[in-house]
Design a protein around this ligand. Sequence first.
Ligand code: SIN
Length: 354
Amino acid sequence: MSLSRSARLLLSCCFTLFISLSWLTAEAATPPHIVILATGGTIAGQGASSEQTTGYKAGVVGVDQLIQAVPELKHVANVSGEQVFNMASEDMSTSQIAALSARVNALLARSDVDGVVITHGTDTIEETAYYLDLTVNSEKPVVMTASMRPSTAISADGPMNLLEAVRVAANPNASGRGVMVVLNDRIGAARFVTKSNTTALDTFKAPEEGYMGRIVGPDVVFDYHPDRLHTTHSAFAGMTSSKQPNVIILSGYQDDPGFLFDAAIAQHVDGIVFAGPGAGSVSSRSREGMQRAIAKGITIVRTSRTGSGNTPTDPQLPGVVADSLNAPKARILLLLALQKTHDTNQLQTWFHTH
Ligand code: SIN
């Protein structure tokens, strides 16, 4: 049977349309490539029994096992894993987080990588998250996650946290928001979230600023962009360093001794973050200690031990103020900033803007 010319033309048009649509659908369906960098913590922890939720060993389970435990990841993204470290986060050093930042920057510079998820211990995740927030030189999503219960516990929170972190990293609206911390269905900004409870699952809070968004079933909901300089807009974007300054933290309390400042001077530290009571007040003993440290060229940053609120400037007191950063995060900003300058006006500007 021979077809008329117009029937052949119609068939050929339908065929071309079918091929184009199939190609477009395949393009649209290509899942994002998210790299999971594993560093240890409770999410990779193992206890002796399913009931053990304290005293277990953090940083045991490898990245492949973490990924295999969540087969649902493949519905969300094309994931690949890398084991960067496998350790408890209280042992994480500044040179290790600098190496992690370099790895994240190298991955995000690749056109075949759409985002990075980092698994980490909850104890110091806020420090690593803020370091990355200041040093990652990309708009692509960087999401950190963790868990409060080890992988062996009943109702372990790690698998769902990992799935939700990948959901956030794979979301088209996640770009340009700085480094995010995802646990317990919530999305926190690295600049603001802090661990607020020793053992509770909903430990990560931002008392003044709240969460940036949340995960509701399969949906990722964002409410705001953090209004602080981060990632590509940070003064420290892409920064790499072989030697980091030595910045320590001291705390103020009734009867606090000034000799801790002398110990810091003897150790040749570069900076001291002082977490004072209330709005960052300083006892007369610590004030004298600070003056001795400043006379030796040590930079002082004052913050509050209260856990929220801004530390106001005070002409009676020495040092730069940490804005609303808590002491561990103020230490992170100071150790990056001291690699560029010791000028206190510049340092103060950075503390008010980052
Ligand atoms: C750690 O920070 O490595 C241990 C604690 C945790 O992950 O919850």
